[in-house]
Design a protein around this ligand. Structure first.
Ligand SMILES: NC(=O)c1ccc[n+]([C@@H]2O[C@H](COP(=O)([O-])OP(=O)(O)OC[C@H]3O[C@@H](n4cnc5c(N)ncnc54)[C@H](O)[C@@H]3O)[C@@H](O)[C@H]2O)c1
Length: 253
């Protein structure tokens, strides 16, 4: 087991990549806290982990784009587990409105911009700040942030999402330099297009275009991201500092 008794918090763990990382980490012996804004989703993943024989999983319902909610979540988390070894900043949204409406930058309302930035970038900062308060004194820890190829290469009609993910990549590099001397390793995963509920609305010609632009000719599977996260969380990644690991099927080379 690569993560025996490690205490992990995964934000947005109730679906997609977060769920898969939760199941994978629990199989490797970790005690996993599953955060989500949707109580049922978080609880369902905890139940799945328990059914698979995982021990010590708990759900933590909070909106991680709120500083106050994150502070409360960490208080609850530390009361439950006493520490945190690994933080995965994964919570995210692909769009700020229901339906398939695509809004260009020229028409993007302030509230959509702010919500996208808050859900990804504010949340990563709020959770990292709380985690470091525990990790710095104990001189160890891992933080893994979810970026995206949207943050490395840019995607049209997604400027707020790309800005948020680009911000997360720069945030990763800065914090990695800041805390490496405290024994804390901060890295980022920048996935390409992966089959999850977030990408489910990408259908028809849009889906065909993504597949055509991906040399592997397919979307990725959540386990192909969870395996990268497991590597970055484990002792195998002991020399990885501020890196952007990008499983993307060749979309960005
Ligand atoms: N799926 C992809 O192709 C892909 C590619 C690159 C990056 N990513 C990133 O990976 C992460 C996970 O994406 P996914 O595909 O698993 O999406 P998903 O929609 O399946 O899961 C995201 C989860 O985050 C939760 N969430 C949203 N806002 C939240 C908030 N404010 N507080 C707490 N929880 C919140 C949602 O309820 C959901 O359960 C995101 O950061 C996403 O941007 C995904």
């Amino acid at each position: 087991m690569k993560l025996k008794d490690k205490v992990v918090l995964i934000t947005g763990g109730g679906s997609g990549l977060g769920r898969e990382m939760g199941l994978t980490f629990a199989r490797e012996g970790a005690k996993v806290g599953i955060n989500d804004i949707r109580p049922e989703s978080a609880q369902n993943v905890v139940t799945e982990i328990e059914r698979a024989g995982g021990k010590g999983a708990r759900s933590f319902v909070a909106d991680v784009s709120s500083s106050a909610a994150v502070k409360k979540m960490f208080a609850d988390f530390l009361a439950a587990y006493g520490t945190i070894d690994i933080l995965i900043n994964n919570a995210g949204i692909g769009r700020t409105r229901e339906g398939s409406e695509v809004i260009g930058t020229a028409d993007l309302p302030d509230e959509d911009w702010h919500r996208m930035l808050a859900t990804h970038l504010d949340a990563a900062f709020f959770c990292t700040r709380e985690a470091l308060k525990v990790m710095i004194p104990k001189k160890s820890g891992r933080i893994i942030n979810l970026g995206s190829i949207a943050g490395t290469t840019g995607l049209a009609f997604a400027s707020s999402y790309c800005a948020a993910k680009g911000g997360i990549i720069s945030f990763t590099k800065s914090v990695a330099r800041e805390v490496v001397g405290h024994g804390i390793l901060v890295n980022c995963i920048a996935p390409g297009f992966i089959e999850t509920p977030m990408t489910a609305p990408i259908q028809g010609p849009m889906r065909d275009a993504v597949i055509a632009m991906t040399p592997m000719g397919r979307f990725g599977e959540p386990r192909e991201i969870a395996s990268a996260a497991l590597f970055l969380a484990s002792d195998d990644a002991s020399f990885m500092v501020g890196q952007i690991v990008s499983p993307n099927g060749g979309y960005v080379i």
